[in-house]
Write a protein that binds this ligand. Structure first.
Ligand code: ADP
Length: 453
């Protein structure tokens, strides 16, 4: 805006008496409105003007007031209100009476405009306002010159209205704040309630878990007690039964002895029946006693260095008597030397005998085979047969006490052999597993730690 006319003031006024303050205030607002300042800013600049005008009237006796628009260093338009004091400012400085005045405008300072010292306040014209071209400024000048200043009373009314509006705004802001505070307090209460509820639920759950654990402990103690009393009962009953059953067998033998009185054929058959039933019973009682002993932990393995070859030789010898079927061959493979491991020889012998005995009992054609081999730090014993095999769903059950596969050829037995064998293997630190399929025979595998042999 280098145009000469652009530098002409939009409006000029004199501040000499109290009355002028009202006029300056009112006209200041009009100028602000004409150049496009927003309503709030119009009020701000008008208020600042009346404050500064009052100060200057009191301290230096008045001023000449003029309004200009120009381009600032930021490239935007600024409205300036310059108050040139009629006599020099004390110390050449000006400090508004109220510190808040300078916050109403962008800048408030003492400056020199064309050699004249003025108190200048400035406010930026918003970008949304129409660009103040020289033509437009000239039009503004005409407009402002055409309006007559209102009376001090009118200005007071306007000022009151502005004050009321400002108060209203402050009140509504305060109300909004109160509502917000209330909402915040409400949210806080909600969060706190939720937190308390969660804490309570957590404590409740914890109590439940603790109670469950206590119940679990109690149940396992009961189970342990039940298992111990079962073993005790088995041991006592079998022990008590053994003596009378042995006596029956002895008496039967006496009755059929050639030194005794001769029996009729029928009597002889019945006594034989009694003897064989008693022998079965004695077998059952002995097995029960063994199992009870193993379960109660009363079997202490006697671990020594064991050479497998004599053990296998003995098994071969004793089981040959059991292998009476002409179509079934018993094969005990000689283990490769050195066949040494650290274990309980007697217990291992019992387990293998039991498995071989089962194989011979259930196999009608083919063979029953024992082979052993060392794999790393373990020895594996495989007892395989070409018997009927065992269905997958029964392969766990046959290790349960008294379980016998239903419908299998009735060859006697108690259903206690395999559970006992597994107990012994566990005692020796090993495992007893089965792989089998119906019609394809069975393989029982005992795996034992080789130990330091
Ligand atoms: P028992 O032989 O005295 O009946 P076990 O506990 O040794 O008792 O065996 C349980 C059941 O498992 C047997 O009754 C039989 O049905 C089945 N079984 C065991 N060994 C074999 C085998 N080698 N082949 C087929 N079935 C077997």
């Amino acid at each position: 805006m280098t145009d000469e006319a652009a530098w002409l003031p939009l409006l000029q006024m004199a501040l000499r008496v109290e009355q002028d303050i009202f006029v300056i205030r009112q006209r200041g607002r009009e100028v602000a409105a004409v150049v496009g300042l927003e309503h709030q800013d119009q009020v701000r600049i008008a208020t600042a003007l009346s404050e500064v005008a009052r100060d200057l009237l009191r301290t230096v006796g008045g001023a000449d007031v003029s309004f200009h628009v120009d381009t600032g260093v930021d490239g935007r338009f600024h409205l300036h209100a310059d108050l040139a004091p009629v006599s020099p400012l004390p110390d050449g400085r000006y400090q508004p009476q109220s510190g808040a005045v300078s916050r109403l405008v962008d800048t408030l300072s003492v400056t020199t405009v064309e050699g004249v010292t003025v108190v200048r306040m400035s406010r930026r014209v918003p970008a949304s306002a129409p660009t103040p071209t020289p033509q437009r400024l000239a039009k503004f000048r005409t407009e402002l010159g055409g309006t007559a200043p209102a009376s001090a009373l009118d200005e007071l009314t306007v000022q009151n209205g502005q004050l009321i509006a400002a108060l209203d705004e402050v009140r509504s802001q305060r109300d909004e704040l109160a509502v917000l505070n209330e909402e915040l307090a409400e949210t806080n209460r909600g969060v706190l309630a939720l937190y308390n509820q969660l804490t309570e639920e957590l404590e409740e759950t914890n109590r439940g878990v603790v109670a469950l654990y206590a119940e679990l402990d109690e149940k396992s103690a009961q189970l342990r007690a039940a298992s111990e009393s079962k073993s005790r009962f088995l041991a006592n009953v079998s022990h008590e039964l053994r003596a009378p059953v042995t006596a029956i067998i002895g008496l039967g033998r006496l009755l059929t002895d050639s030194a005794s009185d001769p029996l009729t054929d029928e009597q002889g058959r019945q006594v034989d029946l009694i003897r064989s039933s008693a022998a079965d019973l004695l077998n059952l009682v002995n097995e029960l006693l063994d199992l009870a002993k193993a379960e109660s932990g009363r079997i202490e393995p006697d671990v020594t260095d064991v050479d497998l070859r004599p053990v296998f030789g003995q098994l071969r010898g004793t089981l040959r008597a059991v292998a009476t079927r002409p179509d079934v061959e018993l094969v005990v493979e000689e283990p490769a030397a050195p066949a040494l491991l650290r274990t309980d020889e007697v217990l291992l012998g019992q387990v293998l005998r039991n498995l071989l005995h089962n194989g011979l009992k259930f196999t009608e054609h083919g063979e029953v085979r024992l082979r052993a081999g060392q794999h790393g730090d373990r020895w594996q014993f495989e007892v395989s047969d070409t018997g009927p095999g065992i269905a997958p769903e029964l392969q766990d059950r046959i290790f349960e006490e008294f379980y016998q596969v239903p419908g299998a050829t009735r060859v006697g037995g108690t259903g206690l052999g395999l559970p006992y064998a597994r107990r012994l293997v566990t005692l020796l630190g090993g495992t007893l597993e089965l792989t089998s399929a119906p019609g394809q025979g069975s393989t029982f595998t005992v795996s034992l730690p080789a130990g330091r042999a």
